[in-house]
Design a protein around this ligand. Structure first.
Ligand SMILES: [Zn+2]
Length: 341
């Protein structure tokens, strides 16, 4: 009994010695076996390790993928480990199976790292809605299904629901050319905050901007469009004014900005003023794009409006600024690739 106990203590002590020796790393079970192996036993000849089998799927993984919210990514492979840089966006359902968060926004990105044996791959996953998935016919009218999405595309082919009113409208703390707290002063919080930042930055550059018009309800657009049709005829009116449901101002993400000498009407000449030039060069830094750029009437359906800013968030605004694409082109890009099969 005594002998056995001593033996036990010896083993414990040698284990402690071993742990101490390897205290900076996890004990490798193979080393342990060799150290604790029966004395006199021949050390086996080291064989070449068997090459791990790399799954075909791993070899075929792309470096970039575009997925839409709610879409699932299944790249489950035996022996693979996964790491998502943004687990809120890329939610792990089971080993190697990820669900894109339903509330994900176009333009958001996450990196998924996959390791098999000693090989690693990174996939940059970009979020983008498929346009065809976000429109449906309602009473014969092509109506968007994602009116509150920050990247909602509203144009002459894509109407907002007539009853859509953003729930979170608020007045941004910037000067407007009128003083009342009425609907055309309101924006959704993201856009309101961005506008405040933009006006503050402009002011530091001695540029004085004013808000001309922000949110516009469906009913206001009904009377506005009716008035323009009476004045100019329907065809002319539709080149500069939206039909009800087709106005971006109904999203609460759009604001017309102008210089402080605003009189009556917004004119293309604003683009040549110091204020217009400043807006064109800087709006994207705050998440705004000039929604109807010069020479893109065939794509956007509207004449050049250097004052009409649409909030899309800084990531997308930066990309649109650099590529000089319209929102239509930006969202259509790679459509065939990201549309669900
Ligand atoms: Zn406008």
């Amino acid at each position: 009994m005594k002998f056995a106990r001593v033996c036990c203590i010896a083993v414990i002590l040698s284990s402690i010695a071993l742990l101490t020796a390897c205290s900076d790393s996890i004990v490798d079970p193979i080393d342990e076996e060799q150290v604790l192996g029966t004395p006199g036993e021949e050390t086996p000849i080291t064989e070449h390790p068997i090459e791990p089998v790399i799954p075909e799927l791993f070899l075929q993984l792309p470096t970039e993928l575009t997925l839409s919210p709610d879409e699932q990514l299944d790249i489950a492979m035996d022996g693979a480990t996964y790491y998502a840089s943004n687990p809120q966006l890329l939610q792990e359902q089971e080993h190697g199976v990820y669900q894109i968060a339903a509330e994900a926004l176009t333009g958001e990105k996450a990196v998924l790292t996959i390791a098999v044996a000693d090989q690693r791959k990174e996939i940059t996953i970009k979020i983008k809605y498929s346009l065809s998935e976000t429109v449906t016919m309602v009473d014969g009218v092509a109506t968007v299904t994602n009116p509150s999405d920050l990247l909602v595309l509203v144009n002459k082919e894509r109407n907002l629901p007539a009853d859509y009113v953003p729930e979170d409208l608020m007045p941004p703390d910037v000067p407007f050319y009128f003083s009342e707290n009425i609907e055309k002063r309101w924006l959704r919080p993201d856009a309101a905050q961005a506008l405040e930042g933009m006006f503050a930055a402009a002011s530091l550059d001695d540029i004085k901007l004013v808000g001309a018009s922000a949110y516009r309800s469906y009913n206001t657009q009904v009377s506005l469009f009716k008035r323009y049709v009476n004045q100019h005829g329907e065809e002319a009116a539709s080149r500069f004014s939206a039909r009800p449901g087709q106005s971006e101002h109904q999203t609460g993400l759009t604001v017309d900005v102008y210089h402080a000498q605003i009189t009556n009407g917004l004119e293309e000449a604003f683009a040549e003023t110091p204020e217009g030039i400043w807006v064109a060069e800087n709006a994207h830094k705050y998440g705004f794009i000039i929604r109807y750029p010069q020479g893109k009437e065939e794509i956007t359906g509207y004449k050049f409006e250097p004052w009409h800013l649409r909030y899309v968030g800084t990531t997308v605004a930066q990309e649109i600024f650099e590529t000089e694409l319209t929102l239509e082109e930006y969202l259509h890009e790679d459509e065939t690739y990201y549309t669900k099969k």
